[in-house]
Design a protein around this ligand. Structure first.
Ligand SMILES: *Cc1c(COP(=O)(O)O)cnc(C)c1O
Ligand code: SF4
Length: 441
């Protein structure tokens, strides 16, 4: 691997798009439309993604291309045509910015008001950059970790990547330490982003080390959510501070905490390069464990065989399959959505095809307002068909694990589109539809 050109991180952005797309045989009109999308939605790739993960002979249908490169269908046709028209006419920047702002505003980047509802308070003040929704686990968004080595086209955090100041959501560690000290019930802190592993090892240590203090011993598990193992595995192998990063992981383990890397893998191809495998090996060698999760995305990974291969490969490398998510509604989501009934079939077929060691995986899961709702299956026939659902996580801990029903709808792609089955959905303290009425945010 030494000396290959991809191991030096080279970021690509929307300005590089025309040159990158000329590696394919895409038409001039497709390329213009893709550039129009990249004016509105963020585009970021890097030398490894472009040279080693994408099969350029299969573009535009290649799954890794669809995962990272803008696709015309991600914007409504009239919006896209307007932006493309301005691009083609080399319109003034200010004119373009006005149009782009209007298009973004229509895309609804904050579907569920999560951020306002889950911000914890300590000493009478909100703790910036945190969410505490489920009793045991606090999410922390370190200010410097709010970007990624490449951007996923479906990402619900796109608003923060285009620099919309109002939508940025991140914080520093001191208030988090104060909050955790007041919360003995919290066992897990999940550092997330963006991707915290875009930070240098030294900067990351600045966030992590305060969490290892003796008075926070109840926080037994640090989790780091990352796609670096997929988008930039050199982070753990040959980056100048790769060794320092792995040493930090070792220090966490030596301090008596569990370190769990929540790795985002969308497609088995992301485990198919030598450096990807080596990166996993090095992370595990520190004493960390790795959980594998990703959303189900139309055109990227909406086939059972792909998940079967992903979970089997993960287990072979000693990682643990964790969640298959349903992508939440985020504007461009329309283009990527898989109906819940179909999602469940994909999950079931993949689950049936792997060893028991890979059946640690749960899904398809929606991260909804009140909790993580798993589609456990479809029962009945014809008009009487129902979804069997269950909370894997809930704001209200007593709701966890209790099955409930919703009317089957072959087109439904999200929790908010589901309707209760009268008299069967739960009652009294457990009435999962009461909160959003099945048609809420
Ligand atoms: C998914 C999630 C977690 C972690 O849940 P686990 O089931 O423990 O992995 C924590 N907080 C929020 C807000 C989440 O969405
Ligand atoms: S790695 Fe995660 S946060 Fe980054 S773009 Fe992809 S989905 Fe979004």
């Amino acid at each position: 691997m030494q000396g290959t050109p991809t191991e030096v991180f080279r970021p690509y952005g929307s300005r590089d798009l025309e040159v990158l797309l000329s590696r394919s045989s895409l038409s001039a009109s497709y390329r213009l439309q893709a550039r129009a999308v990249a004016e509105v939605l963020p585009f970021r790739a890097n030398s490894y993604v472009v040279d080693e993960l994408i099969d350029w002979s299969a573009v535009p249908d290649d799954p890794m291309f669809r995962l990272t490169f803008p696709q015309p269908e991600m914007l409504p046709a009239d919006d896209r045509e307007r932006v493309a028209g301005l691009l083609a006419a080399s319109a003034p920047r200010s004119r373009m910015q006005d149009v782009v702002r209007a298009v973004r505003a229509r895309l609804n980047p904050h579907p569920s008001g999560q951020r306002e509802r889950n911000v914890p308070v300590v000493d009478g003040r909100a703790v910036p950059g945190t969410q505490h929704k489920y009793r045991e686990t606090v999410l922390f968004f370190p200010r410097r970790g709010q970007t990624c080595h490449a951007y996923c086209t479906y990402c619900f955090r796109w608003a923060q990547f285009v620099g919309d100041a109002d939508l940025r959501f991140a914080g520093e560690v001191e208030p988090v330490v104060r909050y955790l000290a007041s919360r003995p019930e919290v066992s897990d802190v999940l550092l997330t982003g963006g991707d915290p592993l875009v930070m240098s090892a030294r900067m990351l240590a600045g966030y992590v080390e305060p969490l290892l203090a003796d008075h926070l011993a109840h926080v037994s598990t640090l989790r780091i959510g990352t796609k670096a193992l997929s988008y930039w595995p050199y982070r753990f192998v040959s980056d100048p501070d790769a060794g320092e990063l792995l040493d930090l992981f070792r220090r966490i383990v030596a301090a008596g905490r569990r370190l769990v890397v929540m790795a985002h893998y969308s497609h088995p191809r992301e485990l198919g390069t030598g450096v990807a495998v080596e990166a996993v090996r090095r992370v595990l060698e520190t004493g960390a464990s790795v959980r594998v999760q990703a959303p189900l995305i139309r055109g990227v990974n909406d086939e059972a065989a792909l998940w079967q291969e992903l979970w089997s490969s993960a287990v072979r490398l000693d990682m643990v399959p964790y969640y298959m998510f349903v992508e939440r509604d985020t504007g461009p989501q329309d283009h990527f959505a898989v109906p819940l009934g179909r999602a469940w079939e994909i999950y079931r077929d993949a689950y049936a095809g792997v060893s028991g060691l890979a059946r640690t995986v749960r899904g398809p899961v929606m991260s909804a307002d009140e909790g993580k709702v798993c589609v456990d299956g479809v029962l009945g026939a014809g008009e009487d068909r129902v979804f069997v659902l269950r909370y894997l996580q809930a704001r209200e801990p007593g709701w966890v694990g209790r099955p409930f029903l919703a009317r089957f709808d072959p087109a439904a792609t999200w929790w908010s589109q589901l309707q209760p089955v009268v008299g069967a959905a739960g009652a009294g303290e457990f009435d999962p539809f009461a909160v959003t009425g099945g048609a809420g945010p």
